[in-house]
Design a protein around this ligand. Structure first.
Ligand SMILES: *Cc1c(COP(=O)(O)O)cnc(C)c1O
Length: 480
């Protein structure tokens, strides 16, 4: 029965009284008084809004309040509040922080007190903070010099501003991309002060289109990796090498925004090869821009590799100071690059480990989960053949064969046939939601009214935890 709003309001506790209560004191002891108070205030404010908007028709249950408050405090300030199991089958998932870091990269960020960031130990003066990263990138890519900024968006912007401000940059209309959020190439170019000179069409751009656009105003030709999409069929666009050749005849350099920017090829993992930084430089790109946390698998960063002269200019650009990386990023990137220098990236870097798992192993792991689901006869569990995507826009079209646990509501357990499809659909939505809000969060893929758990992106050592969460949520929902 609906209660009056006034009555429901009265079920909300006073902040100070709650903090003084046994429950409030226990939460404060466990998590600290400040965060307990902060989350309590926010939660009460939300509840007041709900009552005001008529979205709440029952008094607030103290046990529910305590449970919700506890969950929110953990999400706010505890590492377990962030922990997630990625069962989506997308390795570089932006919502889950893109590349998981290697153990050495994680350990490199555990500083005790101070650390050497930008200090020349010989002279006591200031040094270049990225000189270790530069040394390793020179070794790995053959570049003359390299620098690092906060992300690839910043890297691209910095290059455009330094090399193109007040002049023209030629870019194919097929490469005027948008990459989620607000990174739209035409806007970025405009904001950087360079004049966008679009050539060609969406699906086809010819070398002669670039040639016709060259003039004394041209600062550079910009080649952008078509991240997150692919144009199939009647399409073509000149390669970086062809653009370099054209540019060289007119003294115009080529800038390559590689997007994910790999250090190693992907063919050994059964994927189409991507342009590595080394290849782009070998064919003559003046400078390359790439993300640190896509295929390179380090922390969020933008890596710039190129000629000594250009990198020197970029370092002196006023924006470089704004895009400067902190000590955590430096340490994690150094440790990540060391795995490539040592040739141990296949074992050390999670993405390459994931791509290396055999389908047989994934099948065995998926089958073990299917077997464990037998204790829930109301759900139908089976092993499904799926494809894992690399993500990060690197290879939008390609997947690696994988195996998933597929969970759906048993048709027999949905009663009347008219409502059966409804409840089957609702199961997949509700179940995936409950998994997301659990500890740790489990993120799966929902498709054709079922939940898919791709085992390739789940760390093998997480299988047990995944099973525990599945059991916990299914038991709580009464599926046993
Ligand atoms: C991802 C991407 C960017 C942006 O990189 P961030 O590291 O996310 O800032 C820029 N250009 C291309 C081609 C990309 O794929």
């Amino acid at each position: 029965m609906d209660k009056s709003a006034a009555e429901i309001y009265r079920s909300l506790p006073q902040v100070s009284a709650y903090l003084d209560s046994e429950v409030g004191r226990a939460l404060s002891d466990e998590f600290g008084q400040g965060v307990t108070k902060l989350e309590l205030r926010r939660l009460l404010e939300e509840l007041r809004q709900e009552i005001k908007n008529g979205r709440r028709s029952s008094p607030v249950d103290p046990a529910e309040l305590q449970g919700t408050l506890r969950t929110r405090i953990i999400r706010l300030c505890r590492p377990e509040g962030r922990a997630a199991i990625n069962a989506t089958g997308v390795v570089l998932h932006t919502g889950l922080g893109r590349s998981p870091l290697s153990r050495t990269a994680r350990e490199a960020m555990q500083f005790e007190g101070y650390s050497i960031v930008q200090l020349d130990l010989e002279t006591g003066g200031r040094s270049v903070r990225e000189h270790h990263i530069e040394a390793m990138l020179r070794e790995l890519t053959g570049c003359e010099a390299a620098t690092i900024v906060n992300n690839n968006a910043a890297a691209t912007f910095l290059v455009l501003n330094e090399l193109g401000a007040g002049r023209e940059m030629i870019i194919s209309r097929g490469q005027l991309i948008e990459i989620g959020g607000s990174f739209r190439m035409p806007v970025v170019m405009e904001q950087s002060g360079t004049v966008l000179r679009e050539v060609g069409t969406t699906n086809r751009t010819h070398l002669k289109d670039y040639e016709a656009a060259l003039s004394e105003r041209t600062a550079a030709i910009l080649h952008v990796h078509p991240s997150n999409y692919a144009i199939r069929g009647f399409s073509s666009t000149p390669s970086i090498a062809e653009l370099v050749e054209l540019g060289a005849a007119h003294n115009v350099p080529v800038i390559a925004d590689l997007g994910s920017g790999a250090i190693v090829g992907l063919s050994e993992f059964g994927l189409k090869d991507v342009t590595t930084i080394a290849e782009a430089l070998r064919v003559g790109a003046l400078v390359t821009c790439s993300s640190g946390d896509k295929l390179i698998c380090g922390p969020q960063a933008g890596l710039l590799c190129g000629s000594k002269d250009v990198i020197e200019r970029l370092r002196k650009n006023p924006f470089a100071r704004m895009f400067r990386v902190d000590k955590c990023t430096l340490a994690a990137m150094e440790a990540t690059l060391a795995a490539y220098v040592n040739g141990t990236y296949r074992e050390e870097i999670p993405l390459y480990r994931m791509l290396s798992h055999s389908v047989e192993d994934l099948e065995t792991r998926a089958q073990a989960l299917v077997d464990a689901m037998k204790e829930f006869p109301a759900v139908a569990a089976r092993v499904e053949t799926v494809g894992t995507f690399v993500g990060g826009g690197s290879l939008p079209d390609e997947s690696v064969p994988s195996r998933a646990l597929r969970l759906a509501l048993c048709p027999t357990s949905a009663q009347a046939s008219s409502t059966a499809s409804d409840s089957i659909r609702r199961f997949a939505q509700d179940f995936s939601h409950r998994l997301r809000v659990s500890f740790p969060s489990v993120i799966c893929r929902v498709s054709d009214d079922a939940c898919y758990f791709d085992l390739r992106t789940v760390f093998p050592e997480e299988d047990h935890q995944l099973l525990q969460v599945l059991r916990r949520v299914l038991s709580a929902e009464g599926f046993r």
